[in-house]
Write a protein that binds this ligand. Sequence first.
Ligand code: AMP
Ligand code: GLY
Length: 424
Amino acid sequence: MNVLIIGSGGREHALAWKIAQSRRAEQVFVAPGNAGTAESAENVPIPADDLPGLVRFAVENEVGLTIVGPEAPLAAGVVDAFDQSGLRIFGPSKAAAELEASKVFCKNLLRSADVPSAECQVFDDPDHAIKYLKDREDVPIVVKADGLAAGKGVIVCSGRDEAVDAVNKIAKEKAFGSAGDRLIIEERLEGQEASVLAITDGRTIVTLQPAQDHKPAGDGDTGANTGGMGAYCPAPIVDDRMLHWVEEHVLVPTVHAMKRARRPFRGVLYAGLMITKQGPKVLEYNVRFGDPECQPLLMRLQTDLLDVLEAAVEEELDEIGPLRWDPRPAVCVVMASEGYPGSYTTGHPIRGLDEAAKLPDVKVFHAGTKLAGDRIVTAGGRVLNVTALGENIAAAKLHAYTAVKCIRWDGAWCRKDISDKALA
Ligand code: AMP
Ligand code: GLY
């Protein structure tokens, strides 16, 4: 079967690498891909938002299954466009992708399904939001833009003054454009975060091993928020008992509520959780694989991913049986450009990739890279996702950072403490 993967980051490199190992995969294409996906698959120069171009390519190249990496094409209706052309595609419809694309929709659904989440209020008018903040106790609070804002539309505030500034930024200055037409003011939860991802066909839910991302730029979770500076899997904070609890009280009621709302959910259901003293609460849903969580997850997955995703599309997930995992944990360290998550320069030649590739149990997934002649150069903020397996988390961490040390470019940096929370 020919397979098309949409996207160009580390998640898509991991997907292409894993799908290419399937005994049933013939040609694997990535649109538009990066320098790493060009090694595992064939890049095609179609942007992820060119829906007609993607449909045309899939028809002309007899693509049997398309897999969508990022949220933007899902929210734009890529699944609906493929469905209308009779093409098989893994991911939620535009209506179901609202679970990520609208935080207000998500919050209402969580409430109706009785899924634990932070208390919140929704506002269309920023002045009402500011009045609400001034009338209540001065406590830590979170202000969120309703729509998609590339992970930046959430502002965690220590008190009222910061919250008022956040409301002004989102709803008056429109820092995230129309994503800020509505906003949410939410109780700030305390605890460690964890990512529980599941694959569902709308009836059966196959839960993946728990993972943990590292969103802030600095060691010890300090500094600005990023797309994610590293991840590891499994995350011991979510033990088997808690994982079952999350299935029963979070994932199952959500999939049912989506069906009741006539937006049946098919694809990856990714619960971003805060593990509070009262138990896990949902911070948000994403409707796709996490980046970078996907990288350590797929490094450990032994079941043929193509079989699983195809079964989800065919509504036959109940026939897949339990997934097989490498018992060894995996740690993924993101190497980034100088200046990221602020502005940065690109085009810096990357050295040492061959050396890193020779290390056992290590895979360097590419995120922001491209080919310039015969050289691989930087082309984004998050550049490489150095992922390694080990007998335990400490060993996986050591292997990943040993590979990191092989790789150099002007301004390269990474967090030094990825997975330390699991070791504490
Ligand atoms: P979200 O996009 O809603 O997951 O928010 C992005 C990040 O903001 C999360 O990963 C958390 O670190 C933080 N966050 C969101 N909501 C809350 C909350 N209610 N309490 C504390 N932190 C939050
Ligand atoms: N790892 C966070 C995300 O994919 O949104």
